[in-house]
Design a protein around this ligand. Structure first.
Ligand code: G4P
Length: 279
């Protein structure tokens, strides 16, 4: 789902996040593995200070594995726990369970010293729109988990999903807003389909994507479309239009249609596993 952000949305989302964060021990922050910086929210570190932090490189299946590893190291060096996941097919979920325990071991230890036993770890999922929060919650929690409903001391209306006897997850994710005032960020989010296509010049973006692919992933376009990666990006887009039969009346090439095909195939991973921001 594409969401348009206005200052009012941002304020509301921030306030909600600030409220929810009071209830939890751990923030499970989803980022898109193809754009791990652009898909992060600028204020999350402030909102989440004093909380245990876990970053999930979600959609790792669509990103370059070498870069996934590089980003994992990058965030680990900044003291985050990090797991690569594919929330759609469930890869990495078991590891997430273990890492949650690991990330909260200080809290568990503190509780133990104070004589508090069996207080579950409480976690919430957060991330910008379209990063995969709902998919992750569904896959991670599975069908077997019971919702615990309201509990004393918990804000009314909050639902917790009991993952096991030690961990409870807030069932509604925190929605964070992207750094859309930065044009480059906006562009990268457009590449992956996380901002509305109709507010951008998609054909211009297609040329930038082609140029990026030719530079960083040489051979990817050639292999997908069986065309040489030669000439200007606009010529390559023209070749894609030709091989895919994108023609207007009078045999004129339909660049708009070719752009649509290019983006659909890029976003679904058909052109390969591609990372747009390198660690
Ligand atoms: P949100 O709650 O953060 O807004 O995101 P949501 O779960 O709705 O996921 C957004 C899109 O990303 C969905 O695709 C979802 O299937 C896809 N997705 C989520 N996690 C992963 C992942 O790890 N790998 C891949 N490849 N895709 C993922 P959609 O096209 O909107 O829906 P659908 O076609 O899957 O039904």
């Amino acid at each position: 789902m594409n969401v348009q952000w206005y200052p009012g949305h941002m304020t509301k989302a921030k306030r909600q996040m600030q409220e929810d964060v009071k209830l939890i021990d751990l923030i499970i922050e989803l980022v898109d593995a193809r754009v791990p910086l652009s898909s992060r929210n600028p204020d999350i570190d402030e909102i989440g200070k004093n909380k245990a932090r876990l970053i999930l490189l979600n959609k790792a299946d669509l990103a370059d594995e070498t870069q996934n590893e590089a980003w994992k190291t990058y965030f680990q060096e900044k003291d985050f726990y990090v797991v690569k996941v594919d929330s759609r097919n469930g890869a990495g979920m078991k590891l997430v369970q273990n890492v949650i325990q690991e990330a909260c071991k200080e809290k568990t230890e503190r509780d133990r010293k104070r004589g508090i036993k069996n207080r579950p770890i409480r976690a919430m999922v957060a991330g910008i729109p379209n990063v995969g929060k709902s998919t992750f919650i569904n896959t991670f929690a599975g069908k077997a988990c019971a919702k615990t409903g309201n509990k004393p001391g918990v804000t009314k209306g909050k639902q917790w999903i009991r993952l096991n006897k030690n961990v409870e997850l807030l069932d509604t994710p925190g929605i964070l807003w992207p750094k859309f005032e930065d044009q480059e960020v906006g562009k990268r989010l457009a590449f992956i389909g996380s901002v509305k296509d109709d507010i951008l010049n998609m054909e211009e973006l297609a040329l930038e994507l082609i140029s990026y692919l030719c530079e960083k992933y040489p051979g990817a376009i050639e292999e997908r479309y069986h065309i040489p990666e030669e000439g200007q990006p606009v010529e390559i887009l023209g070749e894609i239009a030709k091989v895919r039969g994108c023609l207007k009346k009078g045999e004129e090439l339909d660049y708009t249609k070719a752009t649509g095909i290019l983006f659909e195939e890029f976003r679904s991973g058909k052109i390969g596993r591609i990372t747009l921001e390198w660690a």
